[in-house]
Design a protein around this ligand. Structure first.
Ligand SMILES: Nc1ncnc2c1ncn2[C@@H]1O[C@H](COP(=O)(O)OP(=O)(O)O)[C@@H](O)[C@H]1O
Ligand SMILES: [Mg+2]
Length: 247
């Protein structure tokens, strides 16, 4: 597949242009965690002294048992939680220090997918996907331009006017993927995206994530699905009790 046919905007060429403009190794990192600690207000430990570096264009899995800190790690990356200590750098921004408009601007550059899809029930597939773009002030024409290739990429052109309750779990997860990527974010985070899916649907979600990665997006996926890890054959880091183990 060529880089221009699949998805508007996410493409190797696109990424290379950005890299050429950004000289220096530091700028090539997409995510950097330096001695990150997260203790929740009730005293629960989310993460303990975590160091992690993810380069632009990487695809990594974060695995570990329930309660080990996987969701906490992703929440720190998209600024839903702030670190108690240490630095969380995403796309050269210190996320823990961003507030208000600056945080919203960074979030536009991060697509997020959840295990439970989080679709708006009384809105069609098209509305669910275009809502984000509309909220960001995209023109009607630009929304149209992005919508069709995104629907095609997730294989849901024929379901564009359906409501979430008319879709299977696998289809709902593909809508949520479409919503996460329609704004062509350079970073895609997926929190146990196949947690509620059967093997076939998990495989198709993985294929879409891999395609986006081939187009240039950096992808971070949490999972404890061993089958998915074997199928994907990507870098895996492990969390245990808030501590990260690499390799
Ligand atoms: N909002 C919160 N308030 C208090 N404790 C939390 C909160 N979110 C997560 N935790 C705690 O942080 C630890 C890590 O949770 P989490 O990141 O959700 O793990 P995982 O996603 O791997 O299941 C757990 O002990 C959990 O109870
Ligand atoms: Mg979790």
């Amino acid at each position: 597949m060529t880089t221009t046919s699949g998805h508007p905007g996410i493409g190797k060429n696109h990424q290379h242009q950005a890299l050429d403009a950004d000289a220096g190794d530091e700028l090539r990192g997409m995510v950097k965690l330096r001695s990150v600690k997260k203790i929740y207000p009730n005293g629960s430990c989310g993460l303990l002294d975590v160091n992690l570096e993810v380069k632009r264009g990487d695809f990594i899995f974060v695995t570990g048992p329930s309660g080990s800190g996987k969701s906490t790690l992703l929440k720190l990356l998209y600024g839903e939680e702030r670190p108690t200590d240490g630095e969380v750098i995403v796309d050269n921004c210190n996320v823990g220090q961003l507030r208000g408009h600056k945080l919203s601007l960074l979030r536009r550059r991060i697509g997020v997918v959840f295990q439970d899809y989080k679709l708006i029930p009384r809105r069609t597939v098209t509305e669910n996907i275009s809502f984000v773009l509309w909220a960001q002030g995209f023109t009607h024409k630009e929304i149209e331009r992005r919508l069709v290739p995104t629907l095609k990429l997730v294989g849901l052109q024929h379901k564009a006017s359906c409501f979430p309750e008319e879709l299977s779990g696998g289809e709902q997860q593909r809508v949520s993927l479409a919503r996460a990527i329609v704004g062509t974010p350079p970073l895609l985070l997926a929190d146990e995206p196949t947690g509620n899916l059967d093997p076939d649907n998990s495989a198709s979600v993985l294929k879409i994530l891999q395609k986006l990665n081939n187009f240039g997006a950096t992808v971070i996926v949490t999972t404890h699905d061993e089958r998915l890890l074997r199928m994907a054959n990507k870098t895996v880091v492990q969390l245990r009790d808030g501590q990260l183990f690499q390799g």
